[in-house]
Design a protein around this ligand. Sequence first.
Ligand code: DAH
Length: 345
Amino acid sequence: MDDVLERLEQLRKEAEEALAQASTREESEAWYSRYLGRKGAITQVMRTLGKLPPELRPVVGRTANQLKAQLESLLKERQEAIAQAEIEAALSAEGVDVTLPGRPQSVGKLHPTTAILREIYRIFGQMGFQVYDAPEVETDEYNFELLNIPEGHPARDMWDTFYTTTPGLILRTHTSPGQIHAMREYAPEPIRVILPGKCYRHEDVTARSEMMFYQVEGLAVGERITFSDLKGVLVSFAEQMFGEGRRLRFRKSYFPFTEPSVEVDVDCVLCGGKGCRVCKYTGWLEILGAGMVNPVVLKNGGYDPARYTGFAFGMGPERIAMLKYGIDDIRYFYTNDVRFLERVG
Ligand code: DAH
């Protein structure tokens, strides 16, 4: 009997030591079959019970059962420890270190044209101008005829036009046709509107001209509106857009839809008027065209020119952005190069 009990005691030691060595689930399972499985060492001992003298069987049987139960609970503990260690290993291998600094979010930015447009809306908004949306696909009638540019008029050469396959339907070459839409909607009420949007010209794309670009048209119609009002509005605009103390120059010009017409220059933002490459050594930068609304156009818009007068102007926001930020090529605006978009505006 001592033999069997000793054997069990020996197995206990051996099994406990072996279990302490098991460091994976597989090893713990192998350990189970080695000691407790159907062919395991302890099972084998229990099988020999029948061969022992009857009086010894209870003692040996009890001892063997206790050992089995004890080893089973040790195995359970060991397997839990292994599972816990596996979780910890996985966490530290791929886990989150909450003390690391966060990854910076890339912050979006307004496109330079959008930034300038919003600035334009703000400035004219303060002076009582509302934004009026007009179509980009226009009729020949609105784009030209109603603006006093009849078929065959030499002034049509000022705008190289994209025609559509539908006769009379074109892409607007300027925002001026929006003047007619706004006037026809509100006449004979006084109006103060700006008309922003895309324009299209069939031109060679160069550093100075794109096929698609924005314009912002301005229009004020009412009684007793004079050229001084136009000057006041434009001077205020230039100061807010380019900075206090800017000088403006009004040069006489020609547009079929205004009479008289002017082109307006601001003293060069880069050299302050001394003369540089950007202003081509003139000290001046052209920013817009303007004038008093031609009576023909007022009439086409539904206003009696004997009673109403108005002024209008048209400017290019990309050009304003170029002057303000020192950009020397208009093609940067719509090539979607993020290096440009990130830096400007
Ligand atoms: N429509 C003109 C152009 O595209 C710009 C312009 C000039 C608009 C004078 C006006 C204006 O309203 O009065 O070249």
